[in-house]
Design a protein around this ligand. Structure first.
Ligand code: SAM
Length: 287
């Protein structure tokens, strides 16, 4: 499957084979738009194709993405609180004036929340079907969000920089983690922030996020996560620091299995969030 598509002949992307496109009842032209995955060393092809097949379910709050719908409230409240005390911030639109980038935006669940908090939002993803779902939903909601079919590296090479970079629930899905994180760090403007949310690699996360969530409770489709791709906080922090950021805050996230409500906690053994800041360079006086 890892070859240029015979139907649309694009070489910068990987498409599902025409057989699978036919199974999904899409025409050759739709096949190009709906089943493309960006070629890049940070992209896990099988994982990305899984997202492409589920792209019409992003906004189904009871569908396969329900944990992200439920997490959204918690992480948006957290971000709103963190940025509400900026000088001149409007409490009803705490992110107003901030240029935000949502990396791996999927169907736009987080991006729309950021836009409603007043931010100017760009969303990028490596699965084109996700962006089609995100654009269509934002249009319906009357939100102006700039969705782009680009990798973090593409955007960094274009020289784009942002006040707030959201890197949420993505690092456990990428290949070439170091390169991905380095590109994400470049996208933060001096004085700006990056928020990372992901899953720790511990025995507890194996029990909760793989065995519990995928096999026992069946909250997520089997194969959603691979334990070896989970990252420990110290691994993520090391990449943030190598990229010139300082860790500002560490928070654990837990889910109540009965109510399926997410909340903040001290323990970072399973899900966790990091907020990091890129200091402005200080000018050394010349004598
Ligand atoms: C679990 S979803 C998270 C979606 C969104 N960030 C959220 O939290 O609601 C992971 C997303 O990352 C995207 N993704 C995977 N590899 C990526 C990469 N190398 N660069 C950008 N996005 C990527 C997938 O296509 C998918 O949309």
């Amino acid at each position: 499957m890892n070859h240029a598509c015979g139907d649309c002949a694009r070489t910068d992307i990987v498409c599902l084979t025409p057989g699978i496109a036919a199974m999904n009842r899409v025409s050759a032209t739709e096949h190009d738009a709906r089943h493309a995955v960006r070629r890049d060393s940070t992209v896990q092809l099988a994982d990305a194709l899984r997202y492409a097949r589920m792209a019409d379910r992003w906004w189904d709050a009871d569908g396969p993405f329900w944990p992200l719908h439920r997490l959204n409230r918690l992480r948006l409240e957290y971000l709103a609180r963190r940025f509400a005390n900026r000088e001149g911030a409007d409490p009803s639109r705490p992110l107003a004036g901030l240029d935000c980038l949502d990396i791996g935006c999927g169907g736009g669940l987080l991006a729309e929340g950021l836009a409603r908090l007043g931010a100017s939002v760009t969303g990028i993803d490596v699965v084109e079907a996700n962006l089609l779902a995100a654009r269509s939903h934002a249009r319906g909601a009357g939100l102006a969000i700039d969705y782009r079919y680009l990798t973090a590296g593409d955007l960094a090479d274009d020289g784009r920089r942002f006040d707030l970079v959201l890197n949420m629930e993505v690092v456990e899905h990428v290949d070439d983690f170091h390169r991905f994180m380095d590109q994400c760090c470049q996208l933060v403007r001096p004085g700006g922030h990056m928020a990372v949310a992901t899953i720790n690699r511990t025995l507890a996360s194996f029990a909760a996020a793989i065995v519990g969530a995928e096999y026992v409770m069946r909250w997520l489709p089997r194969g959603t996560h691979r334990w070896r791709d989970f990252r420990q906080p110290r691994e993520v922090e090391a990449r943030l620091e190598a990229g010139g950021l300082e860790i500002h805050e560490r928070r654990g996230v837990r889910v109540n299995p009965l109510t399926r409500r997410f909340s903040l906690t001290r323990s970072m053994r399973v899900n966790y969030m990091l907020l990091a800041h890129k200091p402005r360079p200080t000018l050394t006086p010349i004598h």
